[in-house]
Every structure is written in structure tokens, then in C-alpha cells.
Ligand binder design. Structure first.
Ligand SMILES: Nc1nc2c(c(=O)[nH]1)N[C@H]1C(S)=C(S)[C@@H](COP(=O)(O)O)O[C@H]1N2
Ligand SMILES: [Mo]
Length: 315
């Protein structure tokens, strides 16, 4: 798929190659220590899997400009309700066995399939993108995801003309995720995008972060990253992509339809019923910073919402 001139390309074109190179070294922490750690990580893979041979992936220099969040902050402060309602779920999440892992493509598609993530990784090109992430709870981070465009997976599935939505379902296994036994929650975690959103160039399926395979607490082995929407749209540990004609009820929408909608686009001017969305706390820092419309990705995504002004686009 081709797009017109993108805002990030403008930024790139303005920089000299040297400046870009130095900027990326700074952003990604590619000092000698980080390089050594990366090499060591490759020499001693955590487990034999396709992903280990593919990292680190080539950085997409189109996505630069923000100071990265410290890795230990981004991988140590998580929302993953299957494992607990606090931010400290990383130890509990290690119970999730993420290899082998199969993904099912079904619903209104020409090519329904169940394939192993390792096989999927052979069909796509991995790249690294630095994205902002804005949680509806008013904290944020900037992380380097490794992954591939969701559009590539949509293409593999081959949606039929009637398909309007792609529904993403997270794993379901109460024996490893005890909070999935909480009966008042509509498990499994389900999120969805319109096909237009899913094929927007920004919609990304991430299999790694900080140049390493995705840690379980961040949604291993594969999770969504849609940076213009509140974080809850980015479902973790996905097992199924179902293409539908009808908009599904998503997990948070089912729990609190007055607080969490289907669209959930970031907007500093539309307060959550219980708090302001005007600013956000960058995790790993002391900084409170202003929140931006579409989390700063307006140029890329505003066009998706033309003609939908009557919808509740910002919650
Ligand atoms: N399956 C699943 N996916 C999920 C969640 C969850 O609880 N379960 N939390 C969401 C929320 S609210 C946010 S902010 C992000 C957090 O991602 P992170 O822990 O990698 O920062 O994951 C999203 N995806
Ligand atoms: Mo969130």
C-alpha cells in the first residue's frame, strides 16, 4: 500500500544524515554498553525461536523524535489484567508459555488459517519503530517496538468485501492467568479496529521491544500497537484475528460503556468521566507533559474519521 507524503518523512528530509545517525544513536542508547548487551543477548538466546534470529531488526528511521522511556520503566510498569490489577504483574506473567504459539485468522476472509507465530514471522519483514503510547489512565511512554504492519496480516487473511472490522482476541487460560477466573470480567480480552484503521500504516503488530523478544508482561509473543489510541486498544498476547461485518463489544466497553468506547482516540480536550486527559505523566521521569490530539499522530490518522463526527470518537 502506498501513502502520500508523510509528516515523519518531512522531518527526516530536513535532517542531515549525520545528524540523523547521531540522533538515533542517542535515542536508542546505542553506546558501547548497549551494543555489547545486544550482542550478548543474541549469543545467548532465551529460547530457540524464529524471533531470536531476526533481532535486532532494522530501525525505520521515519519514526524518531522522542526520548525513549527507560527500558526498566516500560517493562516494569504494565497493565495486563489477566495477571492482576496492579502495575507489578511481570513475575505473574512469566507463567504464560509463549512458544509454541498459534494464531488463527478467521471470519469473513478468503484464507482462513491457523499458523504458528514462527511461521508468520517468515512471511513478514520486521522493523523497529519508536512510538508514543498513551494510557487512558494519563501515563505515557515512548518505546521502540519491533514488528510489522497489521496491514500485512490483513493481506494474508484476505478479507471479503463484507468484512468491516478486525477483532483481536487475547489468550484465555485461567490456569496461568488467575484473574481470568474473576467472573465479573468478560474474558477473554477483546479489542477491535475498523479495517480502515487496521490497514493504516501506523497500526503495528509488535513481537519485540528494545531490540529484544517481547517480554510476557508487555504482551508476548505478539501484541498490537496503535499509538493514536488509548493504550487499552493495543491488545496483548493475541491468539485470534476474526474479520466481521458487525462491530463487536470490546472488553472495556462491556465493563464501562460510559467510560471506555470503541474508538478511544486520544484527545486532551475530552475528559474521562473521572479525570482530565489534558496532560500525562511520562513513566520513568518526573515529567507531566501536555497530551496531544491523536497522541501527536493527527496527520497520519485524522482522515480515518471524516464523516464520523457524530460518533464518540474520543472515549
Ligand atoms: N490482553 C490484554 N491486553 C492489554 C491490557 C490487558 O489488561 N490485557 N491492557 C491494555 C492497557 S490498558 C494498556 S495501557 C497496555 C499496556 O501495555 P504495556 O504494559 O506494554 O505498557 O496494554 C493494553 N493491552
Ligand atoms: Mo491503559
Amino acid at each position: 500500500m502506498r501513502f502520500g507524503r508523510r509528516s515523519w518523512e518531512l522531518r527526516e528530509a530536513e535532517a542531515t544524515p549525520e545528524a540523523l545517525f547521531l540522533e538515533r544513536r542517542k535515542l536508542l542508547g546505542f553506546g558501547a554498553g548497549a551494543l555489547a548487551a545486544g550482542l550478548f543477548g543474541r549469543a545467548a538466546p532465551a529460547r530457540a525461536a524464529e524471533i531470536d534470529g531476526l533481532l535486532p531488526a532494522k530501525a525505520n528511521t521515519a519514526f524518531v523524535g522522542d526520548t525513549l522511556t527507560a527500558e526498566n520503566a516500560a517493562t516494569g510498569y504494565n497493565n495486563f489484567y489477566e495477571f492482576g490489577f496492579s502495575k507489578g504483574i511481570q513475575a505473574a506473567s512469566k507463567k504464560l508459555k509463549t512458544a509454541p504459539w498459534t494464531i488463527t485468522l478467521d471470519g469473513l476472509v478468503d484464507t482462513p488459517a491457523t499458523l504458528d507465530v514462527d511461521d508468520l514471522l517468515k512471511k513478514v519483514m520486521l522493523e523497529e519503530r519508536v512510538y508514543r503510547h498513551r494510557c487512558v489512565e494519563a501515563w505515557s511512554m515512548v518505546v521502540p517496538w519491533t514488528g510489522f504492519p497489521l496491514a500485512d496480516l490483513v493481506k494474508l487473511a484476505g478479507p471479503k468485501a463484507e468484512a468491516k472490522y478486525v477483532v483481536m482476541q487475547s489468550f484465555m487460560d485461567p490456569s496461568v492467568a488467575p484473574y481470568q477466573s474473576a467472573p465479573q470480567y468478560p474474558w477473554p480480552y477483546v479489542e477491535a479496529l475498523t479495517l480502515a484503521e487496521a490497514t493504516n500504516e501506523l497500526a503495528f503488530l509488535a513481537v519485540g521491544v528494545y531490540g529484544k523478544p517481547m517480554p510476557t508482561q508487555n504482551g508476548a509473543p505478539i501484541r498490537l500497537a496503535v499509538p493514536w489510541k488509548y493504550g487499552f486498544k493495543s491488545a496483548k498476547s493475541i491468539v485470534r484475528f476474526t474479520f466481521t461485518a458487525k462491530r463487536p463489544t470490546t472488553f472495556w466497553e462491556a465493563l464501562g460503556p460510559d467510560e471506555y468506547g470503541f474508538w478511544a482516540n486520544v484527545n486532551p480536550k475530552v475528559a474521562h468521566p473521572r479525570w482530565s486527559q489534558a496532560s500525562e505523566r511520562r513513566i520513568g521521569t518526573e515529567n507531566m507533559i501536555p497530551t496531544r490530539l491523536y497522541n501527536g499522530y493527527e496527520a497520519e490518522v485524522a482522515g480515518l474519521y471524516k464523516g464520523l463526527e457524530k460518533e464518540r470518537l474520543f472515549m
